[in-house]
Design a protein around this ligand. Sequence first.
Ligand code: NAD
Length: 469
Amino acid sequence: MFIAGEWCDGQNGSAEVLDPATGETVGAVAISGPSDLDRALEAAETAFKSWSQTSAYERSAMLRKAADLLRERAEDIGRLMVSEQGKPFAEAKGEVIGSGDHIDWAAEEGRRMYGRVIPARAANVQQIAYKVPLGVVAGFSPWNFPVSQAVRKIAGALGAGCTIIIKCPEETPYSCAELVRCFEDAGVPNGVVNLVYGVPNEVSEYLIPAHPVRMVSFTGSIPVGKTLGEIAARHVKRCTLELGGHSPFVVAEDANVDAAVKLAATLKYRNAGQVCAAPSRFYIHDAHYERFVDGFVAASKELKVGAGFDDGVQMGPLANARRLDAMEGFVADAVDRGAKLVTGGRRIGNKGNFFEPTVLTEIPEDAQVMVDEPFGPIAPILPFSSLETAIEKANALPYALAAFAFGTSQSTVDQLSRGLEAGMVSINHFGIASPETPFGGMKESGYGSEGGVEGMDAFVTTKFVSAAA
Ligand code: NAD
């Protein structure tokens, strides 16, 4: 852990970290206790006093330096990530490099936190409204993108002038720690970034109500998000929740079906499907259904699955054994309800958490995989005859994070972009998740945003000053 500028062990010992490709231990992670969290709270509160008063220009320079260090170290950090999370090395390295862009964005946006002068009712009065950083942020980031999820919270908080205590995932502690080290080495003062690990609910239940914490930022599952949102509400803490998704992928009658198949398979199997915005329900117009299924199944069978360091590997293991059990459960439930298992559906081997790229058709809408986020390499594909019905089905769940669609005419694109209920809609390409665009959900997929100017606004509040001369 990294508390008040010092790397330290945890009060409550340590837990094992496993390589998901082998099931073997790769090391240990510190487990915090209340005394560690108290030190982090004190450090973050003290550091906030000076960090919030440091000019945005100076803060920006330190963040830009951290981004450069992160990119320089991408190869080594990527290797750590493969050993703890399992994704192919190219994906891991790409994630680290891309995370540098998030820091750059927060560094620059921090310099554009403009206020405004509001015309007063009296000539001797000046009224200004401006943005001030909220204070100490308690961040909770997940294991699927160990660096790029943590970086949104750390860089956003720091760029806005907040300090942060981040609980990174115990499953993937090493790459997150190296991310934090980049901020340390860039000269970010002690106490501005604090990194802890622990028993997740113990840490969140301790940190969120704590007096110095003014904002909570969580990325993870809907049930956990609801719990943390409740605690935050009870203690009147600002909260950003980036939760699960169950993204529809709609292919309309006038779509370029080959382009749709190519993107669908790429997005479905990236990070073994453990992506909150991964497409997970495929609605295909009757005219293209057969061609889409054939193309998707062929792409699924061709996919090279293996350990993240192996040459040419396109999909690694699931990050933990829980996901393996979940995949087996989804497939068994769907088949029991009459679905056709076209390819995949089984664990690969008996070592590591490998699961076959899986395609299900003829699947009833009430199958568990159609209503609960699969968060894994399973693709249920369904036909439709009317676009209105497909959009209705796409919108039928409480999830509304991302939606993907293909169609060429302006009217189809209009109908899809207006009709699909999701925080992010991407049509005819993959166009979400860059630092400069808002990233967040609607309905139970959460609230608040982690990208774009909205992402920076999450860490500030408006202060109004009216001064008479
Ligand atoms: P989970 O619900 O147990 O945990 C999800 C994440 O939240 C983990 O990182 C975990 O460490 C953390 N967490 C759990 N309880 C917490 C608490 N009380 N306080 C603070 N943090 C807590 O699920 P899991 O088995 O680890 O992951 C599977 C599910 O998580 C998926 O179905 C998916 O919905 C969700 N998930 C979503 C994202 C995302 O990017 N939105 C990322 C990872 C996991």
